[in-house]
Design a protein around this ligand. Structure first.
Ligand code: C5J
Length: 229
């Protein structure tokens, strides 16, 4: 049995069925002129996790484990964007308006792309979602079932919005989830901290949290065990 040292107690890695979920590491959230900034946020907090997410991505690649990239975006005709969502924020630029990186939060626009450092490689799954949770109006559940995924290591932004919503949805579907503390970020550090605490409260009511170093250590042990099994 391979364990990751985690909160609120050790997380057990499965022999098979492990995947990496990377949520919304898009230019729209991390770069100037995107959706995040249009809502009035300080985007600098989000960039800080890029090297850590990249390290996890490279490790999952080297272990040939499934990788799922999630992006938030809407069809060009905005038919999948409820008016309620479009009106939120009351900023000068709304979803669908033309900003510095093309139309805000619209699929296929330059600003909607995953940041170049974390670009998906061939064979990795890319799932677009119109909402905050990655299971809502997407084929993610079907894909995870087809890939036999029972355990997810979760990274991405923003901790208390798309990441937490998705982790709750996954947990309700019976998936054992671990959120990587230093591979997730929020525009509001206090919200991130509160989310990390509420996820693993009540004996891991939504799941576990651990640092990237703890996850990487667990994966090294996991690989060594499988190699010599
Ligand atoms: C938001 C997200 N915050 N990726 N999206 O609108 O968390």
């Amino acid at each position: 049995m391979v364990l990751i040292s985690a909160q609120p107690y050790d997380y057990q890695l499965p022999v098979k069925g492990l995947g990496l979920l990377i949520i919304d590491m898009q230019r729209d959230f991390l770069e100037p002129g995107g959706f995040g900034e249009a809502l009035g946020n300080d985007i600098s907090y989000l960039r800080q996790i890029v090297p850590t997410v990249k390290q996890l991505l490279q490790t999952f690649r080297s272990l040939q484990l499934p990788i799922f990239h999630i992006i938030e975006g809407h069809a060009p005709d905005l038919s999948d964007c409820p008016n309620s969502k479009r009106q939120r924020g009351r900023g000068n630029l709304k979803i669908g308006d033309v900003g510095a990186m093309g139309r805000i939060l619209v699929l296929g626009e330059p600003g909607n792309a995953i940041i170049p450092e974390l670009s998906p490689a061939s064979g990795e799954f890319v799932i677009s979602k119109p909402g905050k949770g990655a299971f809502c109006r997407t084929n993610l559940e079907k894909l995870l079932n087809e890939q036999g995924i029972t355990h997810l290591i979760i990274t991405g932004v923003t901790t208390e919005v798309c990441v937490q919503t998705t982790m709750r949805e996954a947990n309700d579907r019976g998936i054992e989830c671990l959120l990587v503390e230093d591979a997730t970020a929020s525009y509001f550090p206090d919200f991130k901290q509160a989310t990390l605490e509420m996820i693993c409260a009540q004996g891991a009511i939504i799941g576990w949290t651990a640092t990237a170093a703890e996850v990487l250590q667990g994966l090294r042990t996991w690989q060594a065990k499988l190699t010599f099994a």
